[in-house]
Write a protein that binds this ligand. Structure first.
Ligand code: TYD
Length: 136
């Protein structure tokens, strides 16, 4: 599984850091929605779904968390600990976010507006969909 992590360019000076994200320049899709998670309760696992067509970039802009990516064949855990790292998640990828620090703010840039019909929330359904060409 190829994990795509963007390293955004901080515009730092003696006052501190600033990161600017532009669609198509820094982000590989048109940004139609931004949302963020904060005050995540200790021990909570979020996500636990895949998307049929949505693409996303996750940035832990404060604190830290971990992301499990699962393409139905392989799993990888990616720590997000820096505000200049962006994890790209394509469609057809199961994701779970966990190990949130108390101060974690997880920003998500998304290629589409919210659409519940784009979600696959059942793991068996996801697994069958991505492995439909393989006969076991
Ligand atoms: P949920 O899908 O459970 O979050 P996650 O899968 O990342 O853990 O979303 C929590 C609630 O927020 C749920 O009621 C749907 C709502 N929601 C929106 O209204 N708009 C959005 O863009 C998102 C991501 C969620």
């Amino acid at each position: 599984m190829q994990v795509i992590k963007y390293m955004f360019q901080p515009h730092g000076d003696e006052r501190g850091q600033l990161i600017a994200l532009e669609e198509f320049n820094d982000i590989p899709f048109r940004i139609k929605r931004i949302y963020y998670m904060y005050d995540t309760v200790e021990g909570v696992r979020r996500g636990l779904h895949a998307h049929k067509s949505l693409e996303q970039i996750l940035v832990c802009i404060n604190g830290s968390c971990k992301v499990l990516l699962d393409n139905g064949k392989e799993k990888k855990v990616i720590p997000l600990e820096k505000p200049y790292e962006g994890l790209y998640i394509a469609n057809d990828m199961w994701r779970e976010m966990f190990d949130f620090s108390n101060d974690a703010v997880l920003l998500v840039l998304a290629s589409e507006v919210y659409d519940e019909s784009d979600y696959i929330r059942n793991y068996d359904e996801f697994f069958k969909m991505v492995n439909k060409d393989i006969t076991i």
